[in-house]
Design a protein around this ligand. Structure first.
Ligand code: ADP
Length: 390
């Protein structure tokens, strides 16, 4: 690392999917983003990027083109986003051979997500001789009480196959719930919070005193809210119906519910900007999709209010939560009797900052908190290394 003070040296944050690699070089203490980018089409036919090792080479080439050389920036560590941490990973974890084997062992629980992370970790460990840390998207939800995490299926089966509600987007829910506490100037330990992460994937969480007590995603990220292309909650009997009536296979049903449902399924578009344009122009399918989306959100907000027994802060985050005032207004609309008020003027303000959109003095603070998963991963990575060196 040369003479560079550790507080200036960056963490490389990697988010490796099966066919893409998102990267960001960020200094945890200052939040300075030194570089970021995306390598796509990994392993696809005709792509110049054959595997994750070539993807890292492509990344380094892109970085070099912007004047960043990873050999001389004083790289502190690599933080890897791993979607599924299974029942055992409840904290950021230094990656060694055993940990990598355990992450591989979790592939049956996340067949779409964990293989990419494994390839990314293997390639990056071979390439960068610094500590590698895994940050699990499920970790924040390891605290869910059994009453929230357990599905009402035979207990032995659930235990043997590790079937339960895990929850996802945990890094974002944790980051936002802490940032919301900072915004309102109170200790996170004193607050009951609901966080709505509304991006392409959508999830809700209930957080008591900084600890997650419920979340809407489940064994997989398919459960819960209406999403861009995922259905969220459906009757589990739907699978049987589709199989019996249409002869659909499990794989076809999985694709239907993950890729062809949600906003796309109902209105033909999954991008919320386009949905809003169509809705405002009077498109009936877009209007109905919006209403289903909001109805489901209200359903969860009401449920979590009851679970928490009272609420201090409701936060909106991610692409839709941060940028679509109509969704925020519609969620609060009609819930005034429960203490939810959105100030139309504050709600209409366009900003990249964390901000309150409920009126002064409202019992429940409603906030917009831009999420920053890369920064959160970099900070958790740095904090773990710091803790080990103390
Ligand atoms: P991801 O889950 O992939 O991290 P994001 O948090 O980036 O997703 O959110 C993506 C969603 O946010 C898309 O539906 C996109 O249309 C929506 N979105 C992003 N910016 C805006 C905007 N300015 N106005 C409306 N919708 C937006």
């Amino acid at each position: 690392m040369g003479d560079r003070p550790v507080s200036e040296s960056p963490v490389l944050v990697l988010n490796a999917g099966s066919s893409s690699l998102k990267y960001q070089l960020v200094v945890p203490e200052t939040a300075e983003v030194q570089a970021k980018g995306l390598v796509e089409r990994i392993g696809e036919p005709g792509s110049p990027v054959a595997d994750h090792t070539s993807a890292l080479q492509a990344m380094q080439k892109d970085l070099a083109a912007t004047g960043v050389d990873l050999d001389t920036v004083g790289l502190r560590a690599v933080g890897h986003r791993v979607v599924h941490g299974g029942p055992d990973f409840s904290d950021p974890t230094i990656i060694n051979d055993d940990v990598l084997d355990e992450i591989k062992d979790l592939i049956p629980l996340a067949p779409l997500h964990n293989p990419g992370a494994v390839s990314g970790i293997e390639a990056a460990r071979a390439e960068f001789d610094v500590p590698h840390v895994a940050i699990f998207d499920t970790a924040f939800f390891a605290t869910l009480p059994a009453a929230a995490a357990m599905y009402a299926i035979p207990r032995d089966l659930a235990q043997q196959y590790r079937i339960k509600r895990y929850g996802f987007h945990g890094t974002s829910h944790q980051y936002v719930s802490r940032a919301a506490a900072e915004l309102v100037g109170r200790d996170v330990a004193e607050l009951n919070q609901i966080v709505l992460h509304l991006g392409n994937g959508c999830s809700a969480s209930a957080v008591r005193g900084g600890v997650a007590v419920e979340t809407s995603m489940g064994l997989t990220p398919l459960q819960g809210l209406v999403m861009g292309t995922r259905s969220g909650d459906v009757d589990p009997g739907l699978h049987t119906f589709l199989h019996n009536e249409l002869g659909m296979t499990i794989a076809e049903i999985d694709t239907l519910l993950n890729k062809q449902s949600g906003l796309r399924g109902m209105a033909g578009v999954n991008d919320f900007r386009e949905l809003e344009q169509r809705r405002v122009a009077g498109d009936e399918a877009a209007q109905l999709a919006f209403e289903v989306y909001v109805h489901r959100l209200k359903h969860y907000v009401g449920a979590y209010l009851a679970l928490l027994g009272g609420l201090d802060v409701l936060s909106f985050t991610a692409g839709v939560g941060e940028n679509v005032p109509a969704v925020r207004a519609a969620v609060a609309d009609g819930l005034e009797g429960l203490g939810f008020y959105v100030d139309p003027e504050l709600n209409g303000v366009r900003s990249r900052d964390a901000r309150v959109i409920s009126p002064d003095g409202a019992a429940i603070t409603i906030a917009v908190i831009p999420t920053n998963e890369e920064l959160a991963i970099a900070r958790e990575t740095a904090a773990l290394l710091q803790a080990r060196s103390d």
